[in-house]
Ligand binder design. Sequence first.
Ligand code: IPM
Ligand code: MN
Length: 352
Amino acid sequence: MKSYNMAVIGGDGTGPEVTREALKVLDVAAGKFGFKLNPTEYDFGGARYLRTGEVLPDSVAEELRQFPVILLGAIGHPDVKPGILEKGILLRLRFELEQYINLRPVKLYDERFCPLKGKTPEQVDFVVVRENNEGLYTGAGGFVFKGTAHEVAVQESINTRRGVERCLRYAFDYTRRRNRRKTLTLSGKTNVLTYAFDLWERAFHEIGQKDYPDIKREYAHVDATTMWFVKNPEWFDVIVTDNMFGDIITDLGAMIQGGMGIAAGGNLNPRGTSMFEPIGGSAPKYTGKNVINPLAAICAGQMLLDFLGEAAAAEAVETAVIKTVREKLTDLAAGKMGHSTSEVGDLVAAAL
Ligand code: IPM
Ligand code: MN
């Protein structure tokens, strides 16, 4: 029997409770499709940091490399200064494991949960390919004269030809494999960020023209992209963008697909260790209340199966999620689902 090792980091807040439901569903999928998942749990997050001062020991970052996949719950603790855990765990793993793609599907499963009037599941169905290792996220920059009246803060956006090119190539390949409208939209800001997005735009057209003539190329400024997410989401098939813009537009994307309760993403290293997570935060005020929606974590599990090559199992999980959303849930928001966290996990497992 095929067997896959998997690291599990429940993390902070409601992370562990939604991860538990994802594992419940993954277990059923494995049984049904004839493979085995061997989870190893790691307790990194705010609680451990407050207890021991440890964020992520070097040895663990190395150890995690041995796993093909990681399932992550959430990172962020109200008693820890913003940035310490995010940079020390989440961003560090994204960078060190070279997860250079952040893949974020925006797919509406039921019209009832879309805040846009009259938009249907057929019209809200696209994927954002967010560059995940560069841009404004590298920490390049610094202060001069900090704390004085002359203080200067510089935060630099790093865009390497290599980093941009591998992201674009992934996006073109993904658009081809998805085989829908075969349209890849570069979302940028060529009218203002005339260095960074000049590089992106040149690389986009060069690579597209040479190696992906079957893929239609479109360009949209990022501000206009947000406008179209709301007005005409059906225009999009696959969108590729830099790290910061990708972060921002996928929160909007999450809202039009029904909210943070359903939105999942994958931090991908196509040839290494990839990490899957619900894209919402740790929701500290709901911690331990059994009210948060686990579907985003379950959908992260679905992406994990797909990455492992278990396409049929992944598809079955998605079908079970859609069935649960359409037939059983009154809302997707925490506390309004009509069911508890663990009940939603049970419903998906039963549907599967
Ligand atoms: C996300 C989050 C992270 C990011 C934070 C927690 C560092 O917002 O995954 O979208 O900015 O990438
Ligand atoms: Mn974000």
